[in-house]
Design a protein around this ligand. Structure first.
Ligand SMILES: Nc1ncnc2c1ncn2[C@@H]1O[C@H](COP(=O)(O)OP(=O)(O)OP(=O)(O)O)[C@@H](O)[C@H]1O
Length: 262
């Protein structure tokens, strides 16, 4: 995996340009600019309430900005015709996505294949591939309600990638997983991101150290850092290395409000 960060030369999966957004009278984003590279895992960091979910909702075209431009997969999300194309190439796993009912894993993923309008002749193959990719083939016949947190999250991931989206957006996907399940989940994401864009929000610096090629830090309504995990780690106070360095670099970025735009 490459460790370049987003820039003018890298091809772009998604972009926000001078976007502002408020919930009633509460401003959340204030003229934010950001770029998500088209390959690799991009991690969006920020404290609680900084607006990560809002950013993901905008890029998933679930929410519209009050001002500014949202561009996804090279198209302007303000255009109704572009939206059709964007949405068919997009996968979105919202925070704590929860599904009830009696479907087993394979049926659940097939249901999404159907929702995504995959033609009948390719549907079974797509389901099989999504199960293989997420290492859920063994649990294909088990009901969702009987799965552990990590197994369930992988089944959710399978449903989000069954149509092979060019851009996959995940809101805090590793919450509630134990260390081994997190590790496993990240390996699946890393593999998927070898040829596609994965954008995830997280509070876990270990997610960043382990799997991200690009880190964006959201602070005070804007992007306060845009670079590689190593570059964020270089902002630490001490010579600590690893996810400790990234944590310190993150804290320093939000405390000092350093601009990380290169
Ligand atoms: N529907 C809403 N109505 C009013 N305020 C909202 C709404 N949704 C979010 N907010 C507020 O907007 C701000 C940004 O919320 P958002 O969920 O985007 O942040 P976040 O970074 O994802 O937070 P967390 O890390 O806690 O998930 C917060 O202050 C939140 O309270």
């Amino acid at each position: 995996m490459t460790h370049h960060h987003s820039g003018e030369t890298a091809s772009t999966a998604a972009r926000l340009g001078a976007v502002s957004f408020a919930y009633r009278d509460r401003p959340v984003l204030t003229g934010i600019d950001l770029t998500v590279p088209s390959v690799g895992v991009t991690a969006l960091l920020g404290v609680n309430g900084s607006g990560k979910t809002t950013v993901l909702n905008l890029l998933a075209t679930v929410t519209q900005p009050a001002a500014g431009t949202v561009e996804v997969l090279g198209r302007d999300a303000a255009s109704t015709t572009a939206l059709r194309t964007i949405r068919s190439s997009l996968g979105y796993l919202p925070q704590e996505a929860s599904w009830t009912g009696s479907l087993n894993v394979a049926e659940f993923v097939e249901y999404f294949a159907w929702l995504r309008r995959l033609p009948r002749r390719t549907r079974q193959g797509a389901v099989k591939r999504a199960l293989e990719r997420t290492d859920t083939t063994r649990m294909a016949g088990r009901r969702l309600s009987t799965l552990s947190g990590g197994e369930r999250q992988r089944a959710m991931l399978a449903s989000a990638i069954v149509h092979e989206p060019a851009l996959l957006i995940l809101d805090e996907p590793t919450v509630g997983l134990d260390p081994e399940q997190r590790h496993h989940f990240r390996r699946v994401l890393a593999e998927f991101a070898e040829s596609r864009c994965v954008l995830l929000s997280t509070h876990l610096l270990e997610d960043v150290a382990d799997v991200a090629s690009t880190v964006l830090v959201l602070h005070a309504g804007r992007i306060a850092f845009d670079g590689s995990p190593a570059e964020l780690g270089e902002r630490s106070w001490d010579d600590v290395g690893g996810s400790r360095a990234i944590e310190q670099g993150f804290l320093r970025t939000i405390n000092e409000g350093i601009s990380g735009q290169c």
